[in-house]
Design a protein around this ligand. Structure first.
Ligand SMILES: [Zn+2]
Length: 328
């Protein structure tokens, strides 16, 4: 799916040559390898037994686009459509944010954008050699792609594809539900990735990877959405992904258990703050700074999540979605 010819055609407007072409091609190949493995596991363990199916298809588009929906009018058959622009855009944002972190080895790549373009639109224009890109950016990018795939899987598995939201509160509630469950899937499946170097070597690495991937995905969602104001800010979305991640990691024995909920919340909030801080700092100095939100906007967003989104999500989950989801 990722021959140089196809990549060149899809990204024609980006004038990809040399190292930049090579990097886009490689991230597409690496992502598809993990995606095809995990999608097969999903079919074997969850979908086949109940007569559901999910296929994926890569679209020849250079923009960031991913959606899950019904497939060919066959009931319980779904399809995830992902543009080739997804892995490319994610890598571009990962490269910029990693380069802007303090003490980054690729700090010269933090200054690729002059104010007229950003890392979502323009794919690492300053890169001249693939060796400039360290494993940190590539691994982060792959984690973000996986989290997006899990987010789409969650929309399907939990019945969202067959429900039509009635207002923007319900749209946000479905997004929250997909984020929570994507975090939960990330917390258990990433441990079983096919390539050993991609499997976390400790529970704390797993937690850190989820937080970082959730943050970057939140940035991109905010940056590419036409109805951007409908989406929560990146740091607020991290909390949604993390609550799902903590849920599954605790269940699988990869996270400490707390008898007191408040104590557990405090413990996780501190970890999220610590891991997120360098990325938030990098974002505020990046070409995507306007998507970070001010302290006031973020606080208002938290209030909305607490007072509306949680409640609407629980009503949908216990109501119309209860009969639409995959049941074992
Ligand atoms: Zn979604």
């Amino acid at each position: 799916m990722s021959s140089s010819e196809r990549i060149n055609e899809v990204f024609y407007a980006h004038n990809l040559t040399g190292a930049r072409l090579e990097l886009v091609k490689q991230i597409c190949i690496d992502f598809e390898k993990e995606l095809s493995y995990l999608n097969e596991q999903l079919a074997i363990h969850r979908l086949d037994p109940v007569g559901w199916s999910l296929v994926y298809r890569f679209l020849s588009q250079d923009n960031f686009y991913a959606e899950v929906g019904k497939c060919a009018y066959v009931p319980k058959n779904y399809e995830i459509r992902i543009s080739l622009g997804v892995p490319a855009t994610v890598l571009s944002v990962a490269i910029e944010l990693i380069s802007l972190q303090v003490d980054s080895e690729s700090s010269h790549l933090g200054k690729q954008y002059d104010g007229s373009s950003c890392s979502v639109e323009s794919l690492f224009p300053g890169v001249t050699s693939a060796s400039e890109i360290g494993g940190a950016a590539t691994n982060l990018a792959l984690d973000v792609c996986l989290l997006l795939y899990f987010h789409e899987v969650a929309h399907m598995v939990f019945g969202h594809c067959d429900y039509r939201p009635r207002n923007s509160k319900e749209v946000r509630a479905l997004e929250f539900d997909a984020d929570f469950n994507a975090g939960s899937i990330f917390g258990s499946w990433v441990m079983g990735l096919p390539s050993a170097i991609r499997r976390p070597s400790s529970s704390s690495e797993l937690v850190e990877r989820l937080i970082r991937a959730a943050f970057v995905l939140g940035v991109i969602f905010k940056a590419v959405s036409r109805e951007s104001e409908n989406y929560h800010y990146p740091s607020v979305r991290v909390a949604s992904f993390m609550s799902g991640g903590v849920f599954s990691m605790t269940k699988n024995g990869h996270a400490p258990e707390f008898s007191d909920d408040g104590e557990g919340d405090k413990y996780w909030e501190q970890i999220v703050r610590d891991v997120q801080a360098p990325l938030l700092d990098a974002l505020r100095r990046s070409s995507l700074s306007r998507f970070s939100g001010t302290e006031i906007e973020i606080q208002r967003d938290w209030d909305e999540l607490d007072s509306v989104t949680y409640k609407v999500r629980n009503e949908l989950k216990d109501g119309p979605l209860a009969t639409l989801r995959v049941t074992p």
